[in-house]
Design a protein around this ligand. Structure first.
Ligand code: T1G
Length: 693
């Protein structure tokens, strides 16, 4: 049973004991009800404490039960809380670590609450596309006031318990041992005449509740397009204010049942578990020993090297930053400082913290200073010869056991490892620009990369707050290999009849942060050009429309040259459709003898997204990625795929692989159809009715 029961000094102690976060799964819920019945029927027991074992009071309902029979199997959390409120003996919730979601709702049902400092208090359901479903929208406003409660519920942001010490939520803050103090509190409460206080009986005081709620609705509606849950949170709170607790509770229940079945909630829950699943590598047990990483070194103080360095400084880890020339080193340091100064200006960082972080950098021009580093990350020019020089030198100076990482985005990590006599210590750490901002980190596993190296870098990734996804070695790893096919389709569609602004608008309406042509103008069209020129040599069988080469031959590299697929006014970044480029595209179609046709937005979205899905399927088949959710995490955290759609592979599941396969086969019959070689797993899943996730 996921609940322990003991008694001490006439007080029953019900301890939630369902690692890792005391999720309120069915067995835990049943255990609480049994404990309550036992305590209330034991004449030797005068009061009851509910507390949590391990690191949490409770992380809330067990999300893994959602949309399964267990989620609604009695006793539901509603029933548990009703039993708590009905108890004749006073019940004290003793909170430490985490009281979130249903965990906080359970505590709100108790007669009294005592909290240890440092506990994370939240109703984060909105981040899962749902809303508090066990009375949180009704009790929290009665506990801490309408405005504070609405803010916590709509944002889902945790608040530290000590910040709520006087908010009306806790009857006491523990000064020492939480359980001792909770038991003492319980014994005192037992001496008080009943009935014991219930949050549900409190009034919601507000000078102008109607006005505040209307203002909240308007604000939340503007902020949460594509996400239905935040507005439902406001509606449920409002229902309780206007119609009283019971009607509000019933309405909250209706909203919960509706939201938990929405694709948005499924996508958000998929991302929640996908982020955690990504840190698990199938053949690297979580018990794998890790190497101590105290000293980090970064080679290259350019855009990537500087951004990578900042990640470690932000985590309080000193970095030895190596450049070949003083002016390059100075420039790199100045850029890091400038980035931090921008954060100070925005009030996101104090000047003291800025200096403290800068003080963690040890600039150097000599490899000898890397001798003590436990982890060395190179972010030098993306050319194999340069990597060879760096790794040969590292092999000479780095201490035994140091992890040697390359930030390469396109080169073969096995070839890089072979420049050393220690390939087992070599791994790819592909950061995404800007490296101090983007959450995604592709961990590229060479064929000889040791398992403890992988376990260590996954731990480092968590420390620097990155979403790390393991990729095998192939051209472009996971993200760039898939985006290659996406771009191919975008270019073919220009040739066949679309224009850049239409393609971008269609995919941005689908939810991408930025369409392929605005993205390319931002990143620099010359980067894609260099990759295509390399491909024309290495893999001539992969055909591309040459329309992008025409653009680059005119020096239209994008924002950095003031003109690309779009025109840009001097000093401005907004993309203006270019008549000249549109004419160039139409002329190009004529030159290659393609009869231009009207291409629908639906076709644009299908060809771009299914190109990702199809390549992602091959990546899974080849074992480059170990699970579909890893591919989704790459696209959600590194490529601006809309979070509310859960990633390309989940989107394909929702569209139905049968329909995806039919569309791919249709496009394979059209001009440029040779780009569509349907992945065998797509065909098989279409046939079997299966899904990737
Ligand atoms: N259900 C199931 N598993 C959960 C879970 C949950 N609520 N919370 C965490 N886990 C798993 C997680 O997947 C991971 O598993 C392990 O616990 C450690 O998590 C009725 C309906 C609590 C702050 O949204 O925010 O209540 O990978 O790595 O960094 O109104 O987990 O080890 O196998 O994140 O210490 C509302 C979600 C639910 C809280 C701990 N509650 N969890 O962070 O550990 S809906 C939440 C978190 C609800 C009611 C509604 C964090 C944490 P594995 P972790 P952590």
């Amino acid at each position: 049973m996921a609940v322990d029961y003991t008694t001490r000094d006439g007080v029953a102690v019900i301890t939630l004991n369902n690692p890792p976060v005391n999720g309120l799964g069915h067995s835990t819920r049943a255990g609480i009800v049994e404990g309550l019945a036992r305590a209330n029927s034991d004449p030797a027991v005068s009061a009851i404490v509910i507390t949590g074992a391990g690191k949490a009071f409770s992380g809330g309902a067990d999300i893994t039960e959602f949309n399964t029979p267990k989620a609604t199997q009695e006793p539901t959390l509603h029933t548990v809380i009703k039993e708590v409120e009905k108890s004749a003996k006073p019940i004290i919730a003793a909170i430490h670590g985490v009281a979130m979601g249903g965990g906080l709702e359970l505590a709100l049902g108790a007669h009294y609450r005592i909290a240890a400092p440092g506990a994370q208090i939240a109703l984060p359901e909105v981040k899962l596309g749902i809303l508090p479903g066990a009375g949180g929208t009704q009790r929290l406003p009665r506990a801490i006031g309408l405005e504070a409660a609405l803010n916590m519920i709509v944002t889902g942001t945790p608040v530290l318990s000590e910040k709520l010490a006087n908010a009306g939520l806790f009857d006491a803050m523990a000064q020492g041992d939480l359980l001792d103090e909770a038991i003492a509190f319980a014994r005192q409460a037992a001496g008080k005449p009943g009935p014991h206080p219930l949050v549900r009986n409190r009034k919601i005081e507000h000078a102008n509740a109607e006005g505040f709620l209307q203002f909240s609705r308007n604000t939340v509606a503007a902020m949460s397009k594509n996400y239905p849950a935040p507005l439902k949170c406001v509606d449920a709170i409002a229902a309780g204010v206007k119609q009283g607790f019971d009607k509000g509770l019933a309405f909250e229940r209706e909203c919960f049942v509706e939201l938990v079945q929405t694709p948005e909630s499924q996508a958000l829950r998929h991302a929640f578990f996908g982020e955690r699943a990504a840190s698990k590598i199938p053949d690297v047990p979580s018990s794998t020993p890790t190497r101590a990483i105290q000293q980090v070194a970064v080679i290259g103080a350019g855009t990537m090297g500087g951004g990578i360095t900042m990640n470690f400084l932000n985590a309080g880890v000193p970095v030895t930053l190596l450049e070949t020339k003083q002016e390059a080193l100075d420039r790199g340091l100045a850029t890091i400082r400038k980035n931090y100064e921008a954060q100070v200006k925005k009030g996101k960082l104090t000047a003291e913290k800025l200096e403290a972080r800068m003080a963690l950098i040890r600039p150097t021009l000599t490899y000898d200073d890397l001798k003590q580093a436990d982890l060395i990350i190179e972010a030098v020019f993306e050319e194999l010869g340069v990597k060879e020089q760096v790794f040969t030198r590292l092999d000479e100076v780095a201490k035994a056991g140091a992890i040697l990482a390359s930030n390469t985005s396109t080169l073969d990590v096995d070839k890089i490892a072979a420049f050393t006599k220690r390939p087992q210590d070599v791994v790819g750490l592909h950061f995404f620009s800007p490296a101090n901002v983007m959450k995604l980190l592709e961990v590229v596993r060479g064929k000889e990369t040791a398992k403890d190296v992988l376990a260590t870098v996954m731990q480092v990734a968590k420390k620097i707050r990155k979403t790390a996804v393991v990729s095998g070695v192939c051209d472009g790893f996971i993200g760039n290999r898939m985006i290659e096919q996406y771009i191919r389709q975008a270019l073919y569609m220009l040739e066949e009849g679309a224009l850049p602004a239409q393609v971008d608008r269609a995919i941005e309406k689908f939810g991408f942060a930025m369409g392929p042509f605005r993205m390319s103008d931002l990143a620099g069209n010359d980067i894609g050009w260099a990759i295509r020129k390399r491909r024309y040599q290495e893999t001539p069988e992969i055909k591309y429309s040459k329309v992008a080469d025409r653009l680059c031959e005119q020096g239209r590299f994008g924002q950095k040259t003031g003109a690309g697929w779009y025109d840009y006014k001097a000093g401005e970044r907004n993309a203006l459709p270019s008549k000249l480029v549109d004419e160039m595209i139409v002329a190009y179609s004529k030159e290659v003898g393609v009869q231009r046709r009207k291409i629908s937005d639906e076709e644009i979205v299908e060809r771009l997204v299914y190109a990702l899905v199809n390549e992602g399927a091959m990546i899974l088949e080849e074992g480059i990625a170990s699970k579909a959710s890893d591919i989704d995490m790459v696209y959600l955290t590194g490529y601006g795929f809309p979070l509310w759609r859960g990633g390309p592979m989940l989107y394909a599941d929702a569209a139905g692989l049968y329909n995806v396969a039919r569309a791919i086969r249709r496009y394979a019959q059209q001009p440029n159809g040779d780009a569509w070689q349907i992945a065998s797993s797509v065909a098989e899943l279409a046939e079997s009715g299966g899904t990737f996730n």
